[in-house]
Write a protein that binds this ligand. Structure first.
Ligand SMILES: Cc1ncc(COP(=O)(O)O)c(C=O)c1O
Length: 427
């Protein structure tokens, strides 16, 4: 099968690292140093993952050269018949994977996908109800420094102080009071499942659109480790580089009724030429996510996050809301007397990469914070399991408490990265 395929086609051209090394050693060195960094530490940033060699090959292809404004079969440029196949594969696979009526795979990022969703459904000045940034929402959910906050009138809901869970009563009350044209759910640092059926009910009650921003959780939905938002939302936006483990990029899923509006909102309203090499890589990632092994991966990501939370809680590091149902957790560090910023620095020095993050009702500003956000997508890709999560919790705790004595932590981090390497050399 493989030989057949190779015979029929031209040999693949690029990527040729030795050529880059010869022609631009400075950039080549950056690529190597980043690989060394990835391999040498633990990546606990909840929004990152390690894309497969197949995804990287598609990204490093000549499809980057092609202008293809428009959609498959309806382009504004000639010579698109080959790249059309890549986009059609990506669309068909996304539709099958998520059981969606329609998919748009062109957004350059999650923020671009959200911009397109706003453009498809709203006019500037319309009212939107979304999760507050300080409770886990994203910049595109109404921050004043973002298009969403500047061009739309945004009301925000949050989590309850006692449970740290979304306050659905507050969501309904705000919806009835502000009568938004669109309600957004989905977050950047909310560790729990979101009840889409409740959001759907509230949206229906006031005749609002429901946008689910599944940037973070889309891979878990693909692997059926958590419920899908597709049956409930008018539009689902997502990224392809987080739990889905594809190339950096975005996408939208929607009902058949909204297909044309969504497509026009992406091109020509908010974007120009699509990134065809990235779209090909998205097709690869969707294909990977359709396999049974990805289902096991998604389940393991969630299991690992729960295990990491439990082990951290046992060390006095409190998971916000008491734990997680997803790939990520928010850890409240007030009990250990260290700020999020300081914990981020101390863990970085020990080879553990994570980010500071505000916790709900955080008394500290976003530059300092009382918490850190962690995620298990990368370490699970590296094949780590529940046993390794216990070790990571112990390492994090030691690093946070003992900034002056990290030699032993560095050794233990190395132990994990040697037995479970990122980008193993024989791949
Ligand atoms: C909930 C949510 N939406 C949108 C985005 C934006 O994605 P991108 O960084 O690809 O623009 C993010 C990124 O972290 C996110 O967490």
């Amino acid at each position: 099968m493989r030989a057949d395929f190779m015979n029929k086609s031209e040999p693949f051209y690029g990527p040729d690292f030795s050529q880059l090394a010869r022609e631009d050693p400075e950039v080549a060195q950056v690529l190597l140093d980043e690989l060394t960094r990835l391999r040498g530490g633990l990546q606990l940033i909840a929004s990152e993952n390690l894309a497969s060699p197949a995804v990287l090959a598609a990204l490093g292809s000549t499809l980057t050269d092609k202008y293809a404004e428009g959609y498959p079969g309806r382009r504004y440029y000639g010579g698109c018949e080959v790249v059309d196949r890549a986009e059609q594969l990506a669309i068909d696979r996304a539709k099958a994977l998520f059981k969606a009526d329609h998919a748009n795979v062109q957004p350059h990022s999650g923020a671009s996908a959200n911009l397109a969703a706003y453009a498809a459904l709203l006019q500037p000045g319309d009212t939107v109800l979304a999760m507050a940034l300080r409770h886990g929402g994203h910049l595109t959910h109404g921050s004043p420094v973002n298009f969403s906050g500047r061009w739309f009138d945004v009301a925000s809901y949050g989590v309850r102080r006692d449970t740290e869970l979304i306050d659905y009563d507050e969501v309904r009350e705000l919806a009835l009071r502000h009568r938004p044209k669109m309600i957004i759910c989905g977050a950047t640092s909310y560790p729990r499942l979101i009840d889409y059926s409740v959001f759907r009910g509230i949206a229906d009650e006031i005749g609002a659109w429901l946008l689910v921003d599944a940037a973070h959780t889309i891979g878990l939905m693909a692997g059926e480790a958590i419920p899908s938002a597709v049956p409930y939302a008018d539009v689902v936006t997502f990224t392809t580089h987080k739990t889905l483990r594809g190339p950096r990029g975005g996408g939208l899923l929607c009902t058949a009724e909204l297909a044309q509006r969504v497509d026009r909102a992406v091109f020509p309203f908010t974007q120009g030429g699509p990134l065809m090499h990235v779209i090909a890589a998205k097709a690869v990632a969707f294909g990977e996510a359709m396999r049974p092994i990805f289902r096991r991966y998604a389940a393991s990501v969630v299991e690992n996050a729960a295990a990491l939370c439990e082990a951290l809680a046992a060390e006095g590091m409190r998971p916000v809301s008491g734990g997680t149902d997803t790939h990520l957790a928010l850890i409240d560090l007030r009990g250990v007397g260290v700020t999020g910023a300081e914990a981020e620095r101390r863990c970085a020095a020990a080879g553990i990469t994570l980010n500071r993050n505000v916790i709900p009702y955080d008394p500290e500003p976003p530059t300092v914070t009382s918490g850190v956000r962690i995620g298990t997508a990368c370490v699970t890709t590296q094949g780590m399991g529940v046993g390794e999560m216990k070790e990571i919790a112990s390492l994090m705790t030691y690093a946070v408490h003992n900034p002056g004595a990290i030699t032993s932590v560095l050794q233990r981090v190395k132990g994990l990265t040697v037995t479970h390497p990122a980008y193993p050399r024989d791949e």
